[in-house]
Design a protein around this ligand. Structure first.
Ligand SMILES: O=C(O)c1cc(C(=O)O)c2c(n1)C(=O)C(=O)c1cc(C(=O)O)[nH]c1-2
Length: 604
């Protein structure tokens, strides 16, 4: 029996960092709906005590909320019955040297729960299991080595009786892997690398498939020159999903190292790859590489959402993925068959399309436009006006799928770049980047007079079409939740929590929180009433200028110039804000026996 599976079906709680195994980020709660959401008010708030970027979201289990922070990754257990009074606090002791090898701010994407424990993957790659009741350390393991550039930013994911963690450090030549540990005592069960010999990747040459065909022996190593795969990147710092019926885990691997494509001939498999692995053995069932031989840093780590949809009259178990490269992919998650691949950002110009002709030698591959090929233009040549920019048409900020509208709600970037590769040599623990970038609004390339660097869109993954698109001044770097109340919530880099109508995209509510939002909105129920919670705290790659105090336009791996306007709207600081309807409208909307007391001051 899988207790977590039962727990995630209860909309009163938010038990997984992704909401549920499928990563739908959908809630059946509907007390807050299209007609009353404009009345939403902050009920209580909590300063996390750290300043830099706050990604992810708290967990809610019963009357307790578990909250994490940016480095040094403090964990709080907060009492929901007492406006967030601290039940316990855990503060890891970590060597601050790790900050120097974190590429994109000192973010952490959150906690996981299972077997009575709260799991934290610290920046220094230590995975700790804390007693959920007391905060006492139960066990800890080292998953990597920061002196080699290995760090942790992703949330751990508990699937059944295993806790899965990834590794970051693609800009330091780290070879990516995903590792499963036993929730009980932390002993390692399996580790699957993104690249290397079949015994490392846990690929079976005869059984693991790529677009329906077995991959054959040495499918990874033969696409690299010599032993370059050993420093090949393909890190695993995104969100993972799990299908209990198929017993398969889904996730994506990141960019090949270095960013200079000339230095690593070949397809660089299996970087930039969507993976389906057996939860118990780690064995790969299928792989699909979105960007073979990456020339732009289009990591494929973005989440894979498991939604069941009817496509061409056939009911499918689909896997939907919005890649950094600007294509929205729909695959059959049982077989890895490619069903749809279309651009979800109108700016995308590096490829004309993904070849969908099964008889073609380039089947399943993007058709690259020569002008935007940093490989063809070569080293020390500035390839200009490539769309999207390295941070993609979407980065790690997760989408939501709404089963009622059958649409995906997608936080996107609308940013292009100039990209100049240069030669680098590898030294363990030193940056191994190999390109300089400059980023700017996509309108500069499109020539349409627009200056927005984000859009919040609704997407139909059955056809690969944008249904509506709301421009945002800045990239939408916050994750989304959608509800049975007909609303999607997301945050903006200026700091607004927003609610929009699922059908039309019409803005129904906004509230300016204390700092820019790069966290993911969640919703849960407490004492009979629906609450919405979000972490503010500007940072991440988009907010790195503010978070790390950088000012030169091409600093922060090229992001600083593009987002410099943020300083006119917001400043640093981690704060959780919890929203609810005021008591009169809440009772009118949904009569309840329990007292709607969350927004009353403790004095009442
Ligand atoms: O290659 C890597 O290992 C790696 C790690 C991370 C990270 O751990 O945050 C990011 C990236 N790459 C990256 O390419 C990227 O766009 C990015 C954005 C962010 C963020 O939190 O805003 N992290 C990362």
């Amino acid at each position: 029996e899988d207790a977590l599976l039962t727990l995630q079906k209860d909309p009163k709680q938010w038990a997984l960092p992704t909401g549920d195994y499928a990563n739908l980020r959908y809630s059946t709660l509907k007390e807050i709906n299209t007609t009353n959401v404009h009345k939403l008010v902050p009920a209580w708030s909590f300063s996390t005590g750290t300043l830099r970027g706050h990604e992810g979201a708290p967990l809610v289990l019963g009357d307790v909320m578990y909250l994490h922070t940016s480095f040094p990754n403090i964990v709080y257990a907060l009492d929901l019955n007492d406006n967030g009074k601290i039940i316990w606090k855990y503060e890891p002791k970590q060597d601050p040297a790790v900050i120097g090898v974190m590429c994109c701010d000192t973010v952490n994407r959150g906690l996981a729960y299972g077997d009575g424990k709260i799991f934290l993957a610290q920046a220094d790659t230590t995975l700790v299991a804390l007693d959920a009741k007391t905060g006492k350390l139960v066990w800890s393991v080292k998953n990597g080595d920061p002196s080699k550039g290995q760090t942790s930013t992703a949330a751990p994911h508990v699937f059944k009786d295993k806790v899965l963690v990834g590794i970051a450090g693609g800009e330091f030549g780290v070879r990516g892997h995903i590792t499963a540990y036993d929730v009980k005592d932390g002993h390692q069960l399996w580790r699957g690398y993104s690249m290397g010999p079949d015994s490392d990747t846990l690929i079976d040459p005869d059984k693991t498939t790529y677009l329906g065909k077995p991959v054959g022996p040495d499918s990874s190593t033969k696409t690299w020159e010599g032993d370059q795969w050993q420093i090949g990147g393909g890190t695993t710092w995104g969100w993972y999903s799990y299908d209990p019926e198929l017993n398969l885990v889904y996730y994506g691997s990141g960019n090949p190292s270095t960013w200079n494509p000339k230095q690593r001939p070949g397809d660089n498999r299996w970087s930039m790859t969507l993976w389906a692995r057996d939860l118990d053995t780690g064995k790969a069932k299928w792989v699909y590489q979105t960007t073979p031989h990456d020339e732009w840093d289009y990591d494929a780590i973005n989440e894979i959402v498991l939604a069941d949809q009817t496509i061409g009259g056939v009911k499918r178990k689909t896997a939907v993925h919005f890649d950094r490269n600007g294509f929205g992919y729909t695959l059959d998650r049982v077989t890895g068959e490619l069903l749809v691949a279309e651009k979800f950002d109108p700016a995308v110009n590096w490829a004309t399309k993904v070849d969908m002709d099964k008889s073609s030698p380039t089947y399943g591959r993007p058709l690259v436009v020569a002008k935007y090929s940093t490989e063809q233009n070569g080293e020390d040549v500035n390839t200009q006006g490539v769309c999207p920019a390295a941070l993609g048409s979407k980065d790690e900020q997760p989408v939501s799928f709404n089963p009622e509208t059958e649409l995906f709600y997608v936080p996107t970037n609308h940013v292009c770049m100039d990209y100049e590769p240069f030669r680098v040599s590898y030294t363990a623990g030193q940056p191994y980047v190999g390109a300089t970038l400059e980023m700017f609004p996509a309108g500069k390339v499109l020539g349409d007079g627009t200056t927005n660097t984000g859009n919040f869109i609704a997407w139909d993954a059955r056809t690969g079409k944008i249904v509506w698109s709301d421009p945002e001044q800045f990239s939408v770097w916050s994750g989304t939740v959608s509800t049975a109340g007909g609303i999607a919530f997301y945050g903006t880099l200026e700091g607004y929590l927003k609610a929009v109508d699922l059908k039309t995209g019409k803005e129904l509510y906004k509230f300016k929180t204390p700092s820019g939002i790069i966290g993911n909105v969640i919703t849960y129920e407490h004492k009979g009433h629906q609450n919405v919670a979000v972490l503010s705290g500007v940072g991440g790659w988009a907010g790195i200028g503010l978070a790390a105090g950088l000012a030169k336009s091409n600093e922060g791996l090229g992001a600083v110039g593009n987002y410099k306007g943020l300083a006119d709207y917001t400043a640093l600081g981690g704060v959780l804000t919890v929203f609810a309807l005021p008591s009169e409208s809440a009772s009118a909307a949904a009569p309840s026996s329990s007292a709607p007391a969350v927004w009353k001051s403790p004095a009442n």
